[in-house]
Write a protein that binds this ligand. Structure first.
Ligand code: SAM
Length: 290
């Protein structure tokens, strides 16, 4: 009897939440939401300690890296060498993920990853390379083969395998530093989920600096920044958006965005099918020299 009552109530609750979040917040309120969010981007106080990261955070982006990006860097054959620069690397999860995936896919290539973050305590964790099980696999979604290739059991947690730790060099740096004086140009630069923590003028400066360490033929991974600014600057700098998987990758990254998204400066609008420059607006991977 109680099942008979709760199931329809639950279903109604689900339908209500879907209507409120997806239909109302994402579609009906989209134009108002965008205006409100632009205001927040201009004036909201920012935090430089806010962090969400995890291993294998974006499986779709890894497919873009292993497919179109490596194909662009080294058409027709695996690359002999690959250099990757991970800015705002947090506890090292993103840098080790990229190192491990590239090593697994391109075992003959010489791969070097340089990674940095603003906070010394993050870099200390990254260099140590030891993580608790709930950091390695917080949602039960980290693939077993990735875990096996990347970690070995160590105490009551996991340590990144020595051969992968050796591929990555960590240091303390801010994306507002003159990056072109600190880092060598790289084949792949990642600057993800950090630019939106800077006000617009500093955000633009940091984006330009990140782009300045791209080699003439290279790829930029950028998520978590003003979409209007991304459209303007990537076009100005001649960076071509990658359309492969761009929509599911964008949707997947929004799983961490609070509802309603327009009340948070780090919120990201839903995919809007009528947006001009859709691929450039929502893609998170851009090619230089394409
Ligand atoms: C949300 S985490 C992103 C981690 C990783 N890039 C990812 O996308 O999974 C944001 C990181 O940016 C770092 N950060 C904040 N301001 C920074 C700055 N000005 N320069 C470099 N790193 C910064 C924080 O310490 C934090 O580790």
């Amino acid at each position: 009897v109680s099942g008979g009552r709760t199931v329809p109530r639950r279903a109604l609750g689900k339908a209500y939440r879907f209507l409120r979040h997806s239909v109302v917040n994402d579609y009906l309120l989209y134009p108002i939401g965008v205006r409100r969010h632009r205001g927040l981007e201009r004036s909201a106080p920012r935090s430089d300690t806010h962090c969400y990261t995890c291993f294998h955070r974006s499986p779709g982006q890894l497919s873009v890296l292993n497919g179109p990006v490596v194909g662009h860097l080294s058409p027709g054959a695996p690359p002999a060498e690959l250099s990757v620069n991970v800015l705002a690397c947090s506890n090292g999860a993103e840098a080790y993920t990229v190192a491990s995936e590239l090593r697994r896919r391109f075992p003959e290539s010489v791969i070097r990853v340089v990674a940095s973050d603003l906070h010394r305590q993050n870099i200390d964790i990254a260099v140590e390379g030891w993580y608790r099980p709930d950091t390695v696999d917080p949602r039960g979604e980290t693939p077993d083969e990735f875990i096996a290739a990347t970690f070995e059991a160590h105490g009551d947690g996991y340590r990144v395998r020595a051969e992968i730790r050796e591929m990555v060099e960590f240091s303390v740096a801010s994306i507002t530093d003159p990056l072109e004086e600190i880092f060598e140009p790289a084949d792949v630069v990642l600057v993800q989920n950090v630019l939106f923590h800077l006000p617009p003028d500093r955000q633009e400066g940091a984006f330009r600096r990140a782009a300045s360490i791209l080699k003439p033929r290279s790829a930029l991974f950028v998520d978590g920044m003003s979409l209007d600014m991304k459209v303007r600057l990537t076009a100005e700098l001649g960076l071509s958006p990658v359309s492969f998987l761009y929509r599911p990758v964008y949707a997947h990254a929004r799983r961490h965005v609070p509802q309603p998204w327009f009340n948070y400066y780090y919120g990201a609008e839903p995919f809007w099918p009528f947006a001009r420059d859709r691929v450039r607006r929502y893609s998170t991977v851009f090619l230089r020299g394409a």
